[in-house]
Design a protein around this ligand. Structure first.
Ligand code: SF4
Length: 281
């Protein structure tokens, strides 16, 4: 049976999600950051992690954003095939939610209308929206405001099939090593393997929104996630890039079928705030 949803409901949810994501760490990130204070081996690294904790506590008490870069709003929206939207165009409704959230929440407006003319849109729109149609009559929205300190350090590698798993490992380590302190570590590393050039990048972006305590349900991918986390933490970049054993909190990898002639690998790096909020309507 077809379910009707007013797009104003999407606007309201997106607005609340923008404010929530920018003010509070998700539970998985919060736990991992607290745990890292206890496991970090370097005294300076521990000190940085304690300062990050203090920053989070102040943000919580005084209701201020957890970082000054409140990001570009990335939206993954999974729409049940039985859903029929009424009201404004869905894309307009999403952008209206971003506009209201960033304006009423006093969040920094970080989006420019043209990549070269660079005039600020003044309301943080437009969002980057990824739509997918899924079975059912629900709408699942994940909002991930993405800071560009870490976004700028992300990479795509179009490997050859013969490069194999060692080539993939090398690509991930190269991206993280080159990112160094610029990605505001401890970072979360989202990886896409397979698909086409653009699909691979989206896989990596979506991987960042997965609970960081959950490994892939594909056994060899789960093993790769664990191995890469260990290797990344062996690089010594550490919290704030000042050295230590906590360079990354998680490596999340998504895979997709690809062409016989290629092996795309995308590495989308996120910082220690790794903001993401999900609602199901
Ligand atoms: S990369 Fe993350 S922590 Fe660093 S400035 Fe941007 S949003 Fe903030």
């Amino acid at each position: 049976m077809v379910r009707t949803i007013e797009t104003s409901e999407i606007t309201r949810n997106i607005k609340e999600m923008c404010i929530k994501a920018n003010h509070y760490l998700s539970d998985d990130m919060d736990d991992a950051m607290k745990q890292a204070v206890n496991t970090e081996k370097s005294p300076l690294g521990k000190k940085i992690l304690n300062q990050l904790q203090e920053n989070l506590e102040i943000a919580d008490k005084e209701f201020i954003p957890i970082c000054q870069d409140t990001g570009m709003a990335v939206v993954f929206i999974e729409i049940g095939q039985e859903v029929h939207f009424v009201g404004d165009l869905l894309e307009n409704a999403i952008n209206e939610g971003v506009k209201e959230g960033y304006t009423e929440g006093y969040l920094r407006k970080s989006v420019v209308k043209d990549p070269l003319i660079r005039e600020n849109t003044k309301d943080n729109t437009p969002a980057v929206i990824h739509y997918s149609i899924v079975p059912g009559d629900k709408v699942k929205i994940t909002l991930a405001p993405k800071g560009f300190g870490s976004e700028n350090m992300s990479r795509i590698f179009m490997l050859k099939p013969a490069d194999g798993i060692e080539g993939v490992k090398n690509a991930i380590l190269t991206a993280v090593r080159d990112a160094g302190p610029n990605a505001c570590p401890p970072m979360v590393v989202g990886v896409g393997i397979g698909g086409t050039f653009e699909k691979c990048a989206i896989l990596a972006k979506k991987a960042l929104t997965r609970n960081i305590n959950e490994n892939s349900d594909i056994p060899y991918v789960a093993d790769l996630e664990k191995e890469m986390l260990e290797k990344i933490n062996g690089l010594g970049i550490g919290p704030g890039g000042l050295g230590g054993t906590t360079t990354a909190l998680a490596v999340n990898i998504n895979t997709y079928p690809t062409h016989i002639a290629g092996l795309p690998v995308a590495v989308n790096i996120c910082c220690h705030v790794n903001r993401h909020v999900t609602v199901i309507i």
